[in-house]
Design a binder for this molecule. Structure first.
Ligand code: SAH
Length: 223
């Protein structure tokens, strides 16, 4: 994906966008490619018009159905972690939501598969991705609590919704040296866990990156 394709959209907010990028840097985001992609990605297109003027604030915002567009800092952090051990070809995202994180990922990895359990959110996200001309994204209406076995294994899995425990299936769907970035915990605040498969073994290394706030991973799908 050539990031300049996004350049023409929403030029009016260029200064506000730059402020957001500055803020991400101050908070410790150091991956230049991630910062560049976040700079050119029009976050306002992922919100209803009534909220679009707040698109470049570093905050999570409502997208309907009780769900939120993730905070830019958290999107940047998770993406940076996902890329921290080298480039990734095939990536699964759980919880498409607005499609914003999907759009960021699609510009930085080979192919993104993204699953969402709420059909109307998925449909809106699909429209946006089409308008942006993203060609390396496949969306599916599916419960990501079991991963998405259709295209497994994945070089990386990123979950935008928090389960109480790490679902075993996600570990099974990691390719050798694959990485899973996932918020875990039952409360309002969860641990952002980073789990790496060691080579092609069934051993995993795990660390906690920081405390984060995500919506819960729910089971089943809704129309
Ligand atoms: N990255 C998205 C975040 C959306 S919030 C964005 O920035 O817009 C997390 C999303 O995960 C919600 O849309 C929610 O419906 C979805 N979700 C929750 N549990 C899920 C599950 N089991 N399978 C798929 N999606 C799920």
């Amino acid at each position: 994906m050539n990031s300049t394709e996004f350049g023409g959209i929403g030029m009016t907010s260029q200064r506000t966008r730059e402020r957001l990028i500055q803020r991400l840097k101050e908070q410790g985001i150091g991956n230049q490619r991630v910062l560049d992609v976040m700079r050119v990605t029009p976050r306002h297109l992922f919100l209803d018009e009534a909220l679009s003027h707040r698109a470049y604030e570093d905050t999570a915002l409502p997208i309907g159905y009780g769900q939120t567009l993730s905070q830019p800092y958290v999107v940047a952090l998770m993406t940076e972690i996902l890329l921290s051990q080298g480039p990734r070809q095939k990536v699964l995202e759980i919880g498409t939501g607005s499609g914003y994180q999907t759009t960021i990922l699609a510009q930085l990895v080979g192919q993104v598969y993204s699953v969402e359990r709420i059909k109307p959110l998925l449909d809106k996200a699909r429209d946006r991705l089409r308008k942006l001309g993203l060609r390396n994204v496949r969306l599916a209406h599916s419960d990501g609590g079991f991963g998405y076995s259709d295209n497994a294994p994945y070089d990386a899995i990123l979950s935008a919704a928090a389960p109480h425990e790490v679902p075993e299936e996600l570990l099974h769907q990691l390719a050798p040296d694959g990485i899973l970035v996932i918020p875990v915990g039952p409360g309002d605040v969860q641990e952002l866990r980073v789990i790496t498969r060691v080579g092609d073994s069934s051993n995993f290394e795990e660390r906690i990156a920081e405390q984060v706030r995500f919506v819960p991973l729910l089971s089943g799908v809704t129309r």
